[in-house]
Design a protein around this ligand. Structure first.
Ligand code: FES
Length: 276
């Protein structure tokens, strides 16, 4: 019998669930609250269908990028009309409210995060208690790891990484467009800085990915024969040490960017202009 299927034979025979004395529940419970709140917010915003673009300053929320609904082509806010449809409009206006405007990118971003090594650890602990923490027995009787469907699909993470790189390029373009002044020329506002900070953090998260580290430095027998890849691998390895932090910080930066654009686009606040 495989050791995977016989946890009772491989685990320490102790009478208690765990011998840990620290408050090991804090991490899974905190993660559960943060992730659930984020998913609720992101779902509501993705289907909201409004307050996603500020034509005057070219601010597009990352939750709607690339903006593919017909509505994206002509958005009016505060007497300014502009287009957020940089990559075409494949979705008819009638799908507003039940298909997110960023219908192409959001599924890949969701799958990218869902299969991320950091997030796996977090939600296996918080939602499935499998296991809830190190050295704490899980309630499940059987453990098959990621050897069967659907968890076998976690192995597709490297392909979702490629999609995430493409989407990060789109987000980068959105941030570049946000250097737009009210007279149509160059300008910088608080929204520009928030969108740029968000995209820098998104790149840090994407490039610190374990799959990225393997892509740049894996399958080599001699680093000395591949100095460029070795140098890249060193850079990615440094970022990789902070991958979990980037995973969490980008949840916050995405919400901050979206919320700011939503508040300005809805007329709730005015953009703080730093230049033009
Ligand atoms: Fe987290 Fe790849 S391991 S994004």
């Amino acid at each position: 019998m495989s050791t995977l299927e016989a946890p009772d034979r491989t685990r320490a025979r102790i009478g208690k669930r765990t011998l840990r004395k620290d408050d090991w529940r804090v991490y899974p419970l905190t993660t559960l609250v943060i992730f659930t709140a984020w998913v609720v917010y992101a779902t509501i915003r993705a289907f909201w269908g409004a307050a996603f673009y500020v034509p005057e300053f070219h601010y597009l929320t990352p939750f709607y990028s690339p903006c593919l609904n017909e509505i994206c082509d002509s958005v009016t806010v505060n007497h300014h009309t502009g287009s957020a449809a940089e990559f075409g409009t494949f979705l008819p206006a009638g799908t507003r409210g039940w298909i997110p405007f960023a219908a192409i990118s959001l599924p890949f971003l969701l799958l990218f995060r869902l299969t991320c090594y950091y997030y796996r650890k977090a939600y296996y602990r918080s939602y499935w208690a499998s296991p809830p923490a190190c050295a704490v027995a899980e309630p499940h009787k059987k453990y098959t790891g990621e050897t069967r469907f659907p968890l076998l699909g976690q192995n597709l993470h490297r392909y979702f990484w490629l999609a995430a790189v493409a989407i990060s390029l789109v987000n980068t373009w959105d941030a570049v467009r946000a250097f737009h002044g009210s007279d149509g020329g160059f300008g910088i506002g608080l929204g520009t800085l928030i969108l740029v900070a968000n995209v820098v953090l998104l790149w840090a998260y994407t490039l610190s990915c374990h799959s990225c580290r393997h892509i740049v430095g894996g399958r080599l027998k001699h680093f000395s024969k591949h100095p460029v890849r070795y140098r890249l691998w060193e850079w990615v390895s440094k970022l990789n040490a902070r991958h979990g932090q980037f995973a969490l910080i980008t949840l916050g930066s995405l919400v901050a960017a979206d919320l700011y654009v939503a508040l300005v686009a809805s007329g709730t606040i005015s953009d703080l202009r730093l230049f033009n």
